[in-house]
Design a protein around this ligand. Structure first.
Ligand SMILES: O=C(O)c1ccccc1NCC(=O)[C@H](O)[C@H](O)COP(=O)(O)O
Length: 241
């Protein structure tokens, strides 16, 4: 059985690595330099980095140069998220050398453009399905964007390679992942799913690992690492077992 991939997160707001609660603007706790955080996860053995431009997601500017600097400094694979909504922002994201990008709002508001870039870029495009209940949220998770399962069926038909599934109610809370949601999504798609939001313990990671046969490929871990609930080395060991 393949092991669960771990993607330590670096969410960037106003040049700083931060974590939010429920993705809400204004709930930031700051953790210093994004580059230092990313290099620390890489040194600890990460194979992936999940790097988010929160200002671009919220429409409060962007951290594009910093994101490019961090991505360029990585020897590991980088998944970029936040505010990638048109040709210019997609070109800038792909030019960083990242392995893939995560589209959120665009998948809800610009379905034709998303179908086009999926066809053009294949598995370099993942779609973030950020939900409250089964309602998708866009624009930095501030606006409703339709039904999860209808959108998933449309994206599947368009050939979307992968989904990053976040229960916003869990994100940044250390309350544990929404395993039921992950199971439900895996039941209706054959595409790999990356779990995001709420991981609080090694037990949570082991529980997500049990969903690998159902289609969960990876887990993003943010707050738990910054709050030192466990180390990345411990997490990598826990999912390797
Ligand atoms: O990814 C986005 O585009 C995004 C937009 C608006 C608010 C938050 C956003 N992402 C947050 C993340 O990807 C977190 O890093 C991730 O869910 C980790 O959550 P946790 O382990 O609960 O800290």
């Amino acid at each position: 059985m393949p092991k669960l991939e771990l993607l330590p997160a670096v969410d960037v707001r106003d040049g700083q690595a931060v974590r939010l609660v429920h993705g809400e603007s204004g709930s930031e706790t700051s953790y210093g330099s994004p580059l230092e955080a990313a290099l620390a996860w890489q040194s600890a053995g990460a194979e992936w980095l999940h790097l988010v431009d929160l200002d671009a997601a919220f429409g409060t500017g962007d951290n594009r140069d910093l994101i490019a600097e961090v991505t360029g400094a990585m020897d590991i694979k980088v998944e970029l998220s936040g505010g990638i909504r048109d040709d210019a922002s997609l070109a800038a994201a792909l030019a960083t050398g990242c392995r893939r990008v995560n589209l959120g709002t665009a998948a809800l508001e610009s379905p034709e453009w998303v179908a086009k870039v999926i066809a053009e870029h294949g598995d370099k495009i993942a779609v973030g399905l950020d939900v409250r209940g089964t309602t998708l949220r866009g624009r930095g998770w501030t606006r409703d964007g339709g039904d999860l399962y209808e959108t998933l069926a449309r994206l599947d038909a368009e050939g979307c390679a992968r989904y990053v599934v976040t229960d916003i109610a869990k994100d940044g809370t250390l309350e544990g992942p929404n395993l039921g949601l992950l199971r439900d999504v895996c039941a209706v798609t054959d595409r790999p799913v990356v779990a995001s939001g709420g991981v609080s313990s090694l037990a949570d990671l082991r529980a997500i690992s049990l969903l690998v046969p159902e289609g969960v490929e990876g887990a993003i871990v943010g707050k738990a690492l910054y709050a030192k609930e466990f180390t990345l080395e411990e997490a990598l060991k826990a999912v390797a077992a």
